[in-house]
Design a binder for this molecule. Structure first.
Ligand code: ATP
Ligand code: LTN
Length: 331
């Protein structure tokens, strides 16, 4: 059975973009692939985090995976720092990654390069840790949003380089980027993606926002000129609202356009708020319904399954590199 691996950071408020661009697809793909879903807390510490808050968010993200429909009997859900092989492989891959390759990463350019003086080396190295996550599990497919495409290309390059220099070791993964929803835009600025790190909280709808907050944010969402409700590429703010509506209602664009014929932006925003609230309320109830004990046992099971697979790859990597230590042939 082919494998998928994906992960999300336990930082900020998990938003509709994360759900529509990534998590939703994990839920669908888990039945066709052997699946590993990780809460990447080692990635989170590439920028300073409050320890208590980080620990809390890490468990919260695992709960979101479960509430979205990841089935722990079918898929492996685990926490990155529970499997030390992620950091171990990252070191090995670091030694094969060129500084120039990381210097080209657009996400680093946006997040770190502007403040070079006080940016940690970990942020620069973020894509190498991500490559390790993926390659450790001999992953075939990585379902992510559009913003991760460049990181996936680096992952493939590193895997091919290792295989060429030390012999076939890693499977070469492919990205899975959905045709619709791969880049949900900010509600307050349709030129930017909806992001956890956005200082303006009105730009994104968090999966844990309450109904009033959701209605208020959607009411304030910026719109373009023009009045009719159509899937029109020249009106990005409207397109974004319609894309969210489309994905949550599973209606086709002609059906949606017919439904909103003769109606205006106000009506669309109101109905979209109803749709989002109707989707998120039962979701939030499922989040609250997962007990601490249940979560502990799921994460423990995940840790074991993940570690088992990770160790197999890491043993092979060490043998290939001559790092086998006590198990190595003696002269
Ligand atoms: P930020 O939102 O601050 O950029 P992030 O992208 O680092 O944070 P993660 O939680 O690590 O957030 O991302 C989880 C998944 O959500 C990734 O697969 C990412 O591609 C996807 N994703 C993030 N933002 C969006 C978006 N606006 N639209 C679609 N997918 C998204
Ligand atoms: N960089 C990703 C999170 C992430 C990831 C991964 C995604 C870390 N490791 C491995 C897929 C596979 C992000 O969305 N910010």
């Amino acid at each position: 059975m082919k494998r998928i691996f994906s992960g999300a950071q336990p930082t900020g408020g998990f938003h509709l973009g994360n759900y529509l661009g990534a998590l939703r697809n994990w839920v669908e793909l888990q039945h066709e692939y052997e699946s590993f879903f990780c809460v990447v807390n080692l990635h989170a510490i590439t920028i300073p985090q409050d320890p208590q808050e980080l620990a809390k968010k890490t468990r919260e993200v695992a709960r979101l995976y479960l509430a979205a429909g990841i089935d722990p009997q079918v898929s492996t859900i685990f926490i990155q720092s529970d499997v030390p092989e992620h950091a171990e492989l990252a070191w090995v891959l670091n030694c094969m990654t060129r500084i120039s390759e990381l210097d080209r990463m657009t996400q680093f350019k946006e997040k770190g390069r502007s403040q070079r003086e006080n940016t940690g080396v970990g942020l620069f190295d973020y894509p190498v840790l991500m490559a390790s996550d993926i390659l450790l599990y001999q992953t075939d497919l990585v379902p992510v949003g559009e913003d991760q495409k460049q990181h996936l290309e680096l992952t493939r390059d590193l895997a091919m380089r290792f295989n060429r220099d030390y012999g076939e070791t890693f499977r070469i993964p492919e990205p899975f980027i959905p045709k619709i929803g791969a880049r949900i835009m900010s509600l307050s600025d349709p030129a930017k993606k909806m992001a956890k790190s956005d200082e303006n909280p009105n730009g994104s709808i968090a999966l844990l926002d309450d109904a009033d907050t959701i209605r208020r944010k959607l009411k304030r969402a910026v719109t373009d000129s023009g009045t009719d409700i159509r899937f029109d590429e020249t009106r990005p703010a409207l397109m974004n609202l319609l894309t969210i509506y489309r994905l949550l209602t599973e209606q086709t664009p002609p059906e949606i356009e017919e439904h909103f014929a003769g109606k205006g932006y106000g009506q669309l925003k109101g109905e979209l708020a109803d749709v989002v609230v109707e989707f998120l309320q039962p979701f939030q109830e499922r989040v609250r319904g997962i007990s601490d004990e249940e979560l502990d046992s799921i994460l423990e099971m995940g840790r074991e399954r993940a570690r088992n697979e990770a160790c197999k790859t890491m043993d092979e990597v060490k043998t290939r590199l001559g790092l086998s230590g006590s198990g190595a042939p003696r002269n």
